[in-house]
Write a protein that binds this ligand. Sequence first.
Ligand code: PLP
Length: 513
Amino acid sequence: MKLSEPVFWETGQERCWTEQIDALVHRYRQQGRSVGLSATPTSATRVPEQPMGIEDYLGRLAEDGLAEAACMHHPRCLGHMTSPLPVFMPQLSRLVTSFNQNLMKTESSGGLTALERNTLVMLHRTVFDLDEQSYHKMSTDSQSTPGLITSGGTLANLTAMWCARKRGFTDQGTWWRQLHEKGYTDAVILGSRLMHYSFDKAMDLLGLSSNALLKIDVDARGAMRLDQLDTALATCRSQRRKVLAIVGIAGSTDFGSIDPLQELACRARMEGVHFHVDAAWGGPFLFSHTHAQLLAGIEQADTVTLDAHKQLLTPLGTGILLYRNSDLSRMLLSTAPYAVRSGSRDSGRFTLEGSRPANAIYLHAALHLIGGDGFGRYIDDSFERARALAHRIKARPDMELLQEPPTNLVVFRYLPRRFRHARAIRQDPEINTLNVRLHKLLRHSGTSFLSRTERVLPGQATPACVMLRAVMFNPLCRIEDIDPILDEVVACGRQLEEQGFEKEKSVEHVQNS
Ligand SMILES: *Cc1c(COP(=O)(O)O)cnc(C)c1O
């Protein structure tokens, strides 16, 4: 058969692929560890001239890339903000790619543009809970949108900052001149020092220098310090620096901490500046009857970022930006004569991205098949697991809990024997070095996966502390998994200590100096 005949478009080919891929996925799921074994990639770097057969190709793929795949479905895989996906997601993924609709324009999206919009309204109600009249307007006004589905939280945050900038200065090309004409020296964005690094990217894209992102210190719970925010706002006023936005975090990436959103909203209103809440991690807490209260004030934000591919259990590539007032979406309106025409219903008029897949289907499905109460239970369970983990860590002399978990992330570290007796948080760099090694060893030989981060602890002065971080959302993780995970961490720590870690370190020290 000649390849120029459309062999890849014959439905008979499908079964063969389904079977082979199912077998590959089955093998992947049989792995007993949560960490992929490292392999040396042997992938060729030239386009092959002759086509490969299915089997040969999948064999190549399994060897080259998938060998190192993280085992997301493992109950002790607690290092990632993404979770094991519900079984219906890979099946829906087949559906999404089979239809391959482009949500940029209605010509290629059919009813999915309306479905996407209604899905956004569902989340809008969860976050803002406006009156029915507002939702009626949102459903019928095609010249604005209640929100956007983006490829992730980063794009949602970038879009929010773009919108804040446009709100401050409407002039397209000459906003900088406009700023100076109004007597400002600079434009800044304020948030806590635990802000996600997507805000640093946003500054660069807006043409603002990195020192125009004012990072306010946090208290012992990781929440932005209001006294410091007030000082920063006063300084901006006296130095004629224009505040474009105040950013509040609802679930920081490192600690899961939450800013005082109510008070931030109040300041933003008084200053007349855009208020954005980054709820990429913590947004779904709103589904929990017990914990929704932690996010009080989020309903006053102008824009809110959510990440469905984290705690809303959709496949990667599903972020969300919501506008409390959908009129604000008009700030970013852009059109093109070839596709996203003005006056049309094309969602591409509002997005930073161009062509976009129908990932709204994943979100729509998750919200229907799991439901608000279902998500609430997953959230409640995750808080309970986090509390249990923190409790067990505190009960052990060989580990140190680095912060009372404000939500469902837990940070801790292994304590080498000679540091176990002092009471305050110990700041010896040796503990950091040991925990970096421990993390590598655990990844190499353990069955559990935790992530590692390094930060100045909330409420502390420098130096930065190396932390093991457990993301307790994984719905497959049971309370019974906790002790074995901690035993593994301690076993790694002991092994390193016994191997003369200290001696090794001093040799390294001599070599470095
Ligand atoms: C994950 C995360 C982001 C970025 O989301 P991506 O989907 O990785 O782009 C932004 N903010 C917070 C607080 C996050 O946890």
